[in-house]
Ligand binder design. Structure first.
Ligand code: SF4
Length: 155
């Protein structure tokens, strides 16, 4: 049976503005961004299997406590990520994907509420940098939400 592996299951508040999100870092990212902040997780054999029944148990455990699920990666295996997104949506949760790619597989888009696109380019920084190449989009409205990551010092 094919599955993705994850590390760092945790509840986060800053990565998806206005949401309390259960976050999974998916291992095996095929990109090779210079200065990657997660190079130890690029090996797809690292981490625990993210089986659907385990994921459902976590959704049940966090029912009423979270509003969103965010995946850091996994879009390179869209056939495995899609059913997890569908599970989260069936639990009435919003969904978010942090991707290093600029284009997201079409099959995933209907199941996503938010997406972050763009590789890590150290000279341009992350979402908190007004000069970043990365984009955080609310797919319900296509609104660019990067401004929500800017501190007053950057505005
Ligand atoms: S997309 Fe993220 S995890 Fe993948 S190589 Fe780039 S910085 Fe590392």
């Amino acid at each position: 049976m094919k599955f993705m592996r994850f590390v760092n299951e945790q509840v986060v508040w800053q990565e998806v503005p206005g949401e309390t999100s259960l976050a999974y870092t998916i291992t095996g990212c095929p990109l090779r961004c210079k200065g990657c902040h997660s190079s130890e997780y690029r090996n797809p054999k690292v981490g625990e299997p993210l089986y659907g029944d385990y994921f459902q148990s976590r959704l049940d455990a966090y029912r009423g406590l979270i509003s969103c699920v965010v995946f850091f990666g996994g879009e390179w295996l869209p056939g495995l990520l899609q059913p997890l997104l569908e599970q989260a949506r069936r639990a009435n949760l919003n969904t978010c994907l942090y991707s290093g790619f600029d284009l997201i597989p079409d099959c995933l888009l209907p199941h996503l509420t938010y997406v972050k696109t763009g590789a890590w380019v150290a000279a341009r920084g992350g979402l908190d940098n007004p000069n970043t190449n990365q984009r955080f989009i609310d797919l319900r409205t296509n609104e660019l939400l990067n401004y929500k990551f800017h501190t007053s010092a950057n505005c």
